[in-house]
Design a binder for this molecule. Structure first.
Ligand code: AMP
Length: 283
């Protein structure tokens, strides 16, 4: 069932809350793939009802062309969700239903998490993400909300957002689903040519190589190795490769015992921007 108005959906959800039944929530921008479905399946296994929002949020895009070209496939998305067992409500609002008349971002201080990586390269991105999620959480009042580790920085920021806004929701992180050659599933993959799609497995291969050598090599060596791999690619242009501490997302210059790290990549295939990350072994 697709709802375009939060007021009507809210009434439906109230009947679950009144019976003390839990509401799971999976926020998405649509063009759904198996990665999204894995989040929905987890949410269905842990809650009586699941809301999937499908909304391409204008305030988190710093690039007008990326916003305009973002795939919008509501009918196919609904069909895909229909293949799952369980009670799923789709919330597909227009901008006004969510934002009202003023479509602007709130300014957040996420304790520095917002300045790393994606925040450095996409101005205002996390203010937009925080703003839309705050609006969605307040409108839908879910018990649990599910986010992919594919956007690991976003996941950490959402945890901070929930604390800042004092929202009574549990944030659940979910593993990255990949294509058979390793490329992380993404709505943007639809826009890749066959060659770009094939070659984009380099991102996964690089992350895997870094993971394999993480314990014996220094971080500068691993950094040079990753950058060297991309420098030789005719199809992918590296925007950043970073090894960062998972708690504060600060760039790691050397490994410290007891800390946990992940490797992060953003790269362009033509004009399509792809991101990925991978957990690194414990030291
Ligand atoms: P998006 O529609 O790209 O905003 O993504 C909606 C949610 O799905 C976010 O929490 C993403 O992290 C998650 N997601 C996207 N791609 C994947 C994937 N390949 N594996 C797991 N989760 C994903």
């Amino acid at each position: 069932m697709i709802y375009h108005q939060q007021e009507i959906l809210r009434k439906e959800l109230d009947s679950f809350s009144q019976k003390k039944q839990s509401v799971g929530f999976v926020p998405t921008m649509g063009a759904l793939h198996e990665g999204h479905l894995s989040l929905v399946e987890k949410a269905l296994s842990e809650n009586e009802v699941v809301v999937v929002s499908i909304f391409v949020n204008p305030t988190q895009f710093d690039n007008a062309s990326d916003l305009e070209k973002y795939p919008r496939t509501l009918k196919a998305d609904a069909q895909l969700l229909n293949t799952l067992k369980g009670t799923i409500f789709i919330y597909a609002p227009n901008v006004a239903d969510l934002y009202g008349e003023t479509v602007i971002s709130k300014k957040y201080n996420f304790g520095g998490l917002e300045h790393a990586m994606e925040g450095k390269y996409r101005t205002g991105h996390f203010d937009g993400v925080g703003t839309v999620l705050n609006l969605l959480f307040r409108a839908l009042q879910p018990t649990r909300a599910y986010f992919g580790e594919k956007d690991f920085q976003q996941l950490q920021i959402v945890r901070r957002l929930v604390a800042i806004e004092q929202l009574p929701v549990t944030v659940v992180g979910c593993p990255i689903l990949r294509e058979s050659h390793g490329l992380a599933m993404s709505s943007r993959n639809q826009r890749l040519t066959a060659t770009q799609f094939k070659e984009a497995d380099l991102i996964y291969k690089t992350l895997k190589k870094v993971r394999e050598h993480f314990l014996e090599e220094s971080i500068p060596t691993l950094q040079a190795m990753a950058e060297g791999i991309f420098a030789e690619s005719a199809h992918l242009e590296l925007e950043y490769f970073e090894i960062a501490n998972i708690e504060n997302l600060k760039t790691a210059r050397r490994k410290r015992k007891g800390n946990s790290y992940r490797a992060f990549v953003a790269a362009y295939a033509g004009e399509i921007r792809l991101i990925d990350n991978m957990e690194l072994p414990k030291i």
